[in-house]
Design a protein around this ligand. Sequence first.
Ligand code: FES
Ligand SMILES: [Fe+2]
Length: 334
Amino acid sequence: MARTDVTRLDAFAGNRALRSYWHPVAAAAGLAGPLAVTLLGQPLVLWRDDTGAVVAAPDRCPHREAPLSAGHVDDGCLVCPYHGWTFGAGGTCVDVPSSAAGVPVPPMAHLSTVHVQERYGLVWVALDDPVAAIPTIPQDDDPAFRRINNPVEVWRTCGLRMVDNFLDISHFPYVHTGTFGIEQETTVPRIELGDLDSDFFGYAYEVDARNDVGAATTGIDDAVVHRKMSTGFSLPFTVRSTIWYETGLEHILLLCTTPVDDLTSLFTFVVWRNDDFSVSAEEVIAFDRAIGAEDRAMLERVPGVLPLSSTGVVSVQSDKPSVEWRRRIAAKLA
Ligand code: FES
Ligand SMILES: [Fe+2]
């Protein structure tokens, strides 16, 4: 079979390789269901069964293809809105109301569920058997850190552009002028890439950041704060940025990109901090949300799928992390 040259494709979300990775699709808190989500072009329904476990299945009733997400959950069972077929734990069809008592449920009536697990306050789904685990954030088990979740947002942009953006620091003085960007800091020091730990590959750097808007986040009064940072990726689409302030405060951002389709993506981020918990979670993440809104406003103006080839777009030294990530993701998609 001829190999596909993914670097020339104008589509990527339908690539089967992506089905074998975990992707965050929803916030776990408040999920009772049914909730409709779309992952890699596949419409799914999520709900919680009677044990509290999340079930994820194609959003299509096996009977006459009604969207199950338009139904309701009764005692942990998902009830189809069309003829009331009812699905319990594991997607098992437990009731066909039109059938007389004792008539067996057809074997094909059960839902073909997909892999699902909850981690870091998010529901993660893998459409095929996963080939890699969800990246580990050790601070999630550290009582010195609190975790703060942000609602899932829908961005009208290519997911590849989002990851490219999250790995890039050269846009800070242009895109983030309303939050932490400093106009005079445009030169990016030489970037050395390497393993940040067993799950993330990236680089460390230092940056001065404007601090007037973000003072609640940093807990520092100075107009400018010095940050030591690292940023790296875990394939396919997870980016982690860690900020160390001189006060000892550590602020970890997990930036999650989930392709709905080629040009629509879910964005959510999770924060871990070793602060004294005196500032409200809402106040802490208001600054990060404002930063995300600046990236979103830029990316939603950029049309199409980001080329993965080295010649499709022009890159310079400051794009090294993204170039390496695009090389690796292209290899996975090939
Ligand atoms: S389409 Fe779902 S029960 Fe008929
Ligand atoms: Fe940004």
